[in-house]
Ligand binder design. Structure first.
Ligand SMILES: [Zn+2]
Length: 267
């Protein structure tokens, strides 16, 4: 039985090596790198939605340097006891965390709206299913997933609920209130704390909070690491150019990453 659904008509997608297609006649080519673009033109808000190639490259360079390895390890440790046979990673980016998820899960699907990110992911870990797709309408069958993950990514509550089997789990990672405080102070002068719990009331009806952890990771950033970090965070675009330049001119910066990790059970 196909786990994938056509983004245009919701019919089951048949997977072939070169193309995926539905009974209605919609067809999607498998790209040279092995991913499939399921983002219909009419679902795009812009021609190239999501992260730009530059910001995707910066993210990979920052992550490959190991700064967020403790988060990757913690995500893996939280998922391992669930022994998921199927797992969906929403907003997977270039696949840094998805790759770790795959070591403790069976069939793994990573989706992201940014094609440059999915291209990098598919090149690095060809064995997984990589899709350019929107989180608003997940291209997956009802109750087809044991686990859905969303790290710093959209939280389409109804869609997550639909694709999860009963008793399945959602892992959400958001920035804790004081995430990268010193960096944000440098960018903006004054900082407003993140509100990691804003989304919890949307979850209350259909999910039960099972675990909640905070993870703090001290960071000692070289100039290059900081430049990469700024290129991959949404903060930097909102900062004044001269503030960003001053920060990027520092030889090194000490700050702390702080993450909220929450594990929910579908009820
Ligand atoms: Zn179709």
């Amino acid at each position: 039985m196909s786990l994938m659904r056509c983004p245009l008509c919701r019919e089951a997608l048949t997977r072939e090596p070169r193309r995926w297609f539905c009974a209605t006649g919609h067809s999607f080519d498998v790209a040279r790198e092995g991913y499939v673009n399921l983002l219909p033109v009419q679902h795009k808000k812009s021609r190239d939605p999501g992260d730009t190639p530059d910001s995707v490259r910066a993210r990979r360079s920052f992550l490959d340097a190991g700064h967020y390895q403790p988060l990757r390890d913690r995500v893996q440790a939280m998922l391992a006891p669930l022994q998921p046979r199927s797992l969906l990673d929403i907003g997977c980016g270039e696949g840094y965390y998805t790759q770790a998820m795959a070591t403790v899960a069976g069939e793994v699907t990573g989706i992201d709206i940014a094609k440059p990110a999915i291209q990098l992911a598919a090149r690095r870990v060809p064995a997984l299913t990589w899709l350019v797709a929107s989180a608003v309408a997940l291209p997956l069958a009802d109750a087809s997933q044991d686990v859905v993950c969303s790290l710093f990514s959209p939280l389409p509550v109804a869609e997550m609920h639909r694709v999860l089997r009963e008793g399945g789990h959602v892992l959400v990672v958001t920035p804790a209130p004081d995430h990268l405080w010193h960096v944000r102070e440098g960018l903006f002068g004054e900082v407003r704390a993140h509100e990691p719990d804003k989304f919890l009331r949307d979850f209350a009806d259909s999910f039960e909070l099972e675990q909640r952890h905070e993870l703090r990771v001290p960071l000692q950033l070289t100039r290059q690491a900081l430049v990469d970090l700024l290129a991959m965070t949404p903060y930097a675009w909102k900062a004044k150019a001269e503030r960003r330049a001053a920060l990027e001119a520092l030889p090194d910066v000490a700050t702390e990453a702080a993450f909220s990790l929450m594990l929910f059970r579908r009820v």
